[in-house]
Design a protein around this ligand. Structure first.
Ligand code: GDP
Ligand code: MG
Length: 448
């Protein structure tokens, strides 16, 4: 994954405060590869990489993040921004029905989406109606009827009597769209979704028809539906539809497949139009609003790394720190509950090293903390959790047989419990020393 590759790139750079241009080039090269692997279109990758390099060169040195994390953070921010930043909502009509027209290639997932969108809107208290303006494929009208039934919404179709899947729908799709919208208006539906025909490839006749429908019904939204699996073809398809029908938003379909989401970035980047929804399966409920942040980490395939970065940047839990500081002032005994609370604070930070770097002063304490690793925190937590509430506040009572029980309960050896008891005793002693000495300069909760 990209995170592994970046980790490799940076193996030799630890401890460097600022990156050289060569370092940045190496990282950007990895990011470029990751984007290409995610099927982002080549020209989009090129432009994006150049932009990232520019930003990375000018970036301030961060206290909380190491250089590679810093670049990943920049990349993530940029991806999110291109993908639309915030979730874009449907532009609802001020009066009369909100008209939503769907456009896209055949098989993109328009008809399926019509049902999903209708059901989702219905769940929000709207009264949508579907209009079958795809008269191209023999079974298209029927398909929409079935989907409408599943979504529990009415479907306007040219021949209400047609039920046989072998009977070809006939008529003028523009007229059907117009009639459908009129019917929705008359029956007081507040949303009308117009399904249209697609072709296997971009084609002038198809585009002219879509444009005619658009001009006839003047939709509030024209949603361009695109198959996320389409890969490098995404750019040309999106550009053609953008030019042809000037769509207002994008729906990414088939995101349940193994597409890495590159199409999203390509389409959003070359058209500048927001991605509004994601279609994630064949069922009528497999649908969600599009989240740029989730897609960004899907494209980079590094959710964990991003979480870590967030945690490193997140502020220390102020309330807990204050509580701990007050304990010292009051000269209360340091208990295993406090110990556990500190462990959880540390875990929240994601990485011990980072926290150590943020701690001012107290070299002696740092040394102690440095002996911990994340797995050890797991072990320590398991041990403390195997203690009874009384044992935690009165550790003195933890004798040999209690230690054996605790070891068994937490799946560690008795000697590991002994080690923890010893370390705890040291921490307790240090707390006493700190409490009687000068507290200034030490952030509360850091003292172990
Ligand atoms: P249209 O030609 O644009 O109307 O596309 P359809 O809605 O008829 O969908 C084409 C095929 O893709 C159908 O077999 C759908 O069941 C399937 N499909 C549509 N959306 C999704 C999706 O989000 N995930 C999956 N796995 N299949 C989908
Ligand atoms: Mg269709």
């Amino acid at each position: 994954s990209l995170s592994d590759r970046l980790a490799n790139t940076f193996k030799n750079l630890r401890g460097k405060g600022r990156l050289t241009e060569a370092d940045i080039d190496a990282t950007v090269r990895e990011i470029r590869r990751a984007l290409l692997d995610a099927d982002v279109a080549v020209p989009v990758v090129r432009e994006f990489a150049a932009h990232i390099k520019e930003r990375a060169l000018g970036a301030e040195v961060s206290e909380a993040l190491n250089p590679s994390q810093q670049i990943v953070k920049i990349v993530n921010e940029e991806l999110q921004q291109i993908l639309g930043g915030e979730t874009r909502r449907i532009n609802m009509a001020k009066s009369g029905p909100t008209i939503i027209m769907l456009a896209g290639l055949q098989g993109a997932g328009k008809t399926t989406l019509a049902g999903k969108l209708a059901k989702w809107l219905k769940g929000k208290g709207h009264t949508p109606m579907l209009v079958a303006s795809d008269l191209q494929r023999p079974n298209a009208v029927n398909q929409l009827k079935v989907i409408g039934e599943r979504a529990g919404v009415p479907v306007f179709a040219p021949h209400p009597g047609v039920t046989s899947e072998f009977e070809e729908a006939t008529g003028n799709p523009v007229q059907v769209a117009r009639d459908g919208v009129a019917e929705a208006r008359a029956k007081l539906h507040d949303v009308v979704i117009v399904d249209t025909a697609g072709r296997l490839g971009v084609d002038a006749e198809l585009m002219a028809q879509a444009r005619d429908i658009r001009d006839a019904i003047e939709p509030n939204e024209v949603l361009f539906v695109i198959d996320a699996m389409i890969g490098q073809d995404a750019v040309n398809t999106a550009l053609a539809f953008n030019e042809g029908v000037d769509f207002t938003g994008v729906v990414l379909s088939k995101l349940d497949g193994d597409a890495r989401g590159g199409a999203a970035l390509s389409v959003a980047s070359v058209t500048g139009k927001p991605i509004m929804f994601a279609s994630t399966g064949e069922n009528v409920d497999d649908f969600e609003q599009f989240h740029p942040d989730r897609m960004a980490s899907r494209i980079l395939d590094m959710g964990d790394v991003l979480t870590l970065i967030e945690q490193a940047e997140a502020s220390w839990d102020k309330a807990e720190a204050d509580r701990m500081a007050q304990k010292f002032v009051d000269q209360e005994d340091f208990t295993f509950d406090d110990f556990l609370a500190q462990m959880q604070q540390i875990r929240k930070m994601g990485s011990m090293k980072k926290m150590l770097m943020m701690m001012p002063g107290a070299a002696q304490i740092r040394q102690q903390l440095e002996q911990f690793d994340e797995k050890e925190i797991d072990r320590v937590e398991a041990i403390v959790r195997s203690m009874t509430p009384h044992e935690r506040v009165a550790p003195k009572i933890i004798n040999g047989s209690r230690r054996a029980r605790i070891a068994k309960g937490s799946g560690v050896t008795v000697s590991e419990v002994n080690q923890l008891m010893e370390r705890f005793a040291q921490a307790q002693k240090m707390m006493k020393k700190l409490a009687s000495g000068n507290m200034a300069g030490l952030p509360g909760g850091m003292q172990m």
